[in-house]
Write a new protein. Structure first.
Length: 284
């Protein structure tokens, strides 16, 4: 920027006040520009050697001149903002040289690696043993459940077989009892038909028993011989003495049809007959 200067008259030693102000403002602006340039250079890491400042020497001379019109003072422009300083690139760090381990360190690391592998193998072995134990336990439980089921099924089959056998035996016993009953009935019918009584005379009621009002029963046991007659009559225990003799006499008078076996007459022992003595109904 060029400074404005006014021609000074050679005849007078004095300068007017407005002209001095203009020259001073121009000098200030020049100094400010130099300072801004120096700051910019310092920001880029460059330090120039500035020459010694030249101080202008103004010679003033008092002259008489017409008063000029007032001139507005010049405003110095603001210095430009310093340019952004780019950061310096980081220095590349050199990798340290590899440290070669000693034999003891290598042996220690190998020992640690071996122990680690042994621990891993032991853990794997324990897991495998645990898995095998679990599988064995499950197989054993399954086997026990199957055996229990088979035992229950066998017990059920045995119980069913026992019940079936008991039912069959019960049916057989019942059938046998029925057959025996039928045989006894047929035998009794045949026996009764073979030695049916032909005549039976009622005994006389003892007078003494009538007078005393004594009543009772008297059973006589005897054998029917091949002629149908009564042989060896005997009074069974429990007969009143007054009823014994009339009962024996009545039994001797009985006549039976002889029992025939294979076309021959046979004796029939153990025949019993009970006589009932009652006053209301009389004797028989």
């Amino acid at each position: 920027m060029n400074a404005m200067s006014l021609p000074l008259p050679a005849a007078g030693p004095f300068v007017t006040l407005p002209q001095w102000r203009v020259n001073a403002g121009a000098a200030g602006m020049a100094v400010a520009l130099h300072v801004a340039l120096a700051v910019a250079l310092l920001g880029h890491g460059y330090t120039p050697r500035l020459p010694a400042p030249v101080v202008p020497v103004i010679t003033t001379q008092l002259v008489s001149a017409p008063v000029p019109e007032p001139v507005e003072p010049m405003v110095a422009p603001e210095p430009p903002a310093p340019a952004a300083v780019e950061p310096a690139p980081p220095e590349m760090l050199k990798a340290p040289a590899p440290v070669v381990p000693s034999e003891a360190e290598l042996a220690f690391k190998r020992e640690q690696q071996r122990e680690k592998q042994e621990r891993a193998a032991e853990q794997k072995r324990q897991r495998e043993e645990s898995r095998q134990r679990e599988e064995s336990r499950q197989r054993e439980e399954s086997r026990q459940r199957e055996e229990s089921r088979q035992r229950q099924e066998q017990q059920r089959q045995e119980q069913l077989a026992r019940e079936t056998a008991e039912a069959r035996l019960a049916e057989q016993r019942l059938a046998a009892e029925r057959r025996a009953a039928d045989e006894r009935a047929r035998a009794a019918a045949a026996a009764s038909q073979q030695y049916l009584p032909i005549t039976k005379k009622a005994p006389d009621y003892p007078q003494r028993a009538l007078d005393k009002g004594i009543q009772g029963d008297c059973t006589v046991s005897y054998t029917v011989d091949t002629q149908g007659r009564v042989r060896d009559p005997q009074v069974v225990e429990g007969c009143h003495p007054w009823f014994a003799q009339p009962s024996l006499q009545a039994a001797r008078s009985f006549r039976y049809q002889p029992r025939i076996v294979d076309g021959k007459a046979v004796e029939v022992p153990g025949i019993k007959n009970t006589f009932h003595y009652s006053i209301e109904q009389g004797s028989r």
